[in-house]
Ligand binder design. Structure first.
Ligand code: SF4
Length: 395
C-alpha cells in the first residue's frame, strides 16, 4: 500500500490557492484586492493574463497535456492563481463551449498529478467541497455507489467499470490513486460549466480578448453536425437510438466512453462512411487529437484487410449503458426522447440489424478475427474481442 505523507489539512486560503476550481475560490480575488475589471485590464496583472492565455491555447492544442507549460511551473503562486481565474473568465465568455471543455480536460489532468501525491484527508476534503462524499477507508478511500457511478461512467479505462469493483455497504473501496482519477473527472465536470457572467462582463471580455478568442476559434477542433456526417450511401437519419445518442454526445462536446467510441467508429465504417467522415465524427470530443484519432480509426477500419471490426451487439451495448431504446430524456428532439418500438422487436440483436431494417445499406464484410480493437482517442480494449465478434456473425 502506498505511504502518504502525513500533514494536517491546508487552511482555507492555501486550499483555494492549490485548488482554484473549488466553490468559493473566486472570493480570493476580493482578498487579493483584484476586481474582475482590473484582472482584465490593469497592467499590474499583465503577467497573469499572459499566463492565462498560454494555458488556454495550450489546452486548445493539446487538452491531454502533452505540451508542457514551463512558464506555469515557474510562475509565482498568486500569478498562477490569477491566470487560472482569468482563463476561466475568458472561456466562460466565449461564444462556443468547445474551448472551455478542452481547457477543462487539461486543467483536470494537471490537477490529477497533484491529487496523486496528497494525503487521503486532503483528497477527501477536495471531494467534499466538490459535492462528493468520499471517506477514508480500509483500502484507501470509500466512494458511495451513487458518486462512483456519476464519476466513473465517462471514464474510458475498463478497470473502472462497476462489475470489477469491491462493493461493500453501498460504497466502492478504491485505492487513493483511483480516487484521484475519479476526482479528475469531478474537476473536469465542474470546469466544463461556464461561470454565470453578467452581460456587461461578457461584452467586456469579448472586446478585450477579441484576438485571443479569434485565435482560439481557429485552433479548436469543431464538432461536425450529424447532417454533415455523410459518406457514400450512409443515411444517419436511419441510425438506431444508441448511435444517434453517441453522435449527440460528441456534438455537444461531451465525453463518450471507450466502448461508445469504438462502437461509433466501427458502425460508421459498416454503414459505408469514408475515413474522413469517421474522423470528423470525433472532432467534438473534449480530448480530440487529430493524429491519435486518425491512427485509431485506421486501426479499426483497416483491420483484417479493410473489413474492419464488428460493432458490438445490443446486449453488449446495454451492459455498457449505451442502449437508449427507452428514450433519451436529455435529447432536444422529441423523436429522440421517445421510446423506439423497433428496438423491442424480439429478433433485434444488433444496431446494424436495426439500420438495415429501416432501409440503410450495410457494407457486407466477413466477421473478422484477431487483434484487440482500440477506440478513437482511447487505449486498446479487449472487451469486444473475437468471442463477441464470432457470436454476432454477419449483419
Ligand atoms: S436496442 Fe440495440 S439498436 Fe436499439 S438502442 Fe439499444 S443497443 Fe441500440
Amino acid at each position: 500500500m502506498a505511504v502518504h505523507r502525513a500533514s494536517s489539512l491546508l487552511d482555507e486560503r492555501s486550499l483555494f490557492a492549490e485548488y482554484p476550481f473549488l466553490p468559493g475560490a473566486e472570493a480570493l480575488l476580493g482578498e487579493l484586492a483584484v476586481s474582475v475589471r482590473a484582472l482584465l485590464s490593469d497592467s499590474a496583472f499583465a503577467s497573469a493574463r499572459s499566463l492565462g492565455r498560454a494555458r488556454i491555447l495550450a489546452a486548445a492544442d493539446d487538452p491531454r497535456g502533452a505540451r508542457d507549460l514551463e512558464e506555469l511551473a515557474r510562475a509565482d503562486p498568486s500569478v498562477r492563481l490569477l491566470s487560472f481565474l482569468f482563463a476561466r473568465l475568458v472561456l466562460s465568455a466565449a461564444a462556443a463551449p468547445a474551448a472551455l471543455r478542452r481547457w477543462a480536460v487539461a486543467e483536470a489532468k494537471r490537477n490529477h498529478a497533484r491529487l496523486l501525491a496528497v494525503p487521503v484527508e486532503e483528497l477527501v476534503e477536495v471531494a467534499r467541497r466538490l459535492g462528493f462524499s468520499l471517506a477514508p477507508g480500509a483500502d484507501g478511500v470509500d466512494v458511495p455507489l451513487v458518486d462512483y457511478l456519476r464519476l466513473s461512467v465517462p471514464i474510458r479505462e475498463a478497470e473502472f467499470r462497476l462489475p470489477r469493483q469491491a462493493l461493500q455497504h453501498g460504497s466502492v473501496a478504491v485505492r487513493p490513486a483511483r480516487a484521484a482519477r475519479l476526482l479528475q473527472e469531478a474537476v473536469r465536470l465542474r470546469l466544463a460549466e461556464p461561470l454565470p457572467l453578467a452581460d456587461d462582463v461578457v461584452r467586456e471580455v469579448r472586446e478585450r480578448e477579441a484576438d485571443l478568442l479569434e485565435e482560439l476559434a481557429r485552433r479548436t477542433p469543431a464538432p461536425v453536425a450529424r447532417a454533415e456526417l455523410r459518406g457514400g450511401a450512409m443515411r444517419p437519419e436511419l441510425f438506431p437510438p444508441c448511435l444517434r445518442k453517441m453522435q449527440r454526445t460528441l456534438q455537444k462536446g461531451e465525453n463518450l466512453s471507450h466502448s461508445g467510441r469504438f462502437c461509433l467508429a466501427a458502425f460508421l465504417h459498416r454503414a459505408g462512411a469514408d475515413f474522413e467522415t469517421i474522423v470528423d465524427a470525433f472532432r467534438g470530443a473534449p480530448d480530440f487529437d487529430e493524429a491519435v484519432t486518425r491512427y485509431q480509426v485506421e486501426h479499426i477500419t483497416l483491420h483484417d484487410d479493410g473489413r474492419g471490426y464488428e460493432p458490438p451487439e445490443c446486449e453488449t451495448l446495454r451492459s455498457h449503458g449505451l442502449c437508449v431504446r427507452d428514450g433519451d430524456p436529455t435529447a432536444d428532439d422529441p423523436r429522440d426522447k421517445a421510446r423506439d418500438e423497433r428496438c423491442f422487436e424480439p429478433s433485434l440483436r444488433h444496431p446494424l440489424q436495426y439500420y438495415r431494417r429501416r432501409g440503410g445499406a450495410v457494407v457486407e464484410r466477413d466477421v473478422p478475427d484477431g487483434a484487440a480493437p482500440t477506440s478513437p482517442g482511447g487505449a486498446p480494449d479487449r472487451r469486444g474481442g473475437p468471442e463477441q465478434r464470432r457470436s454476432t456473425g454477419r449483419r
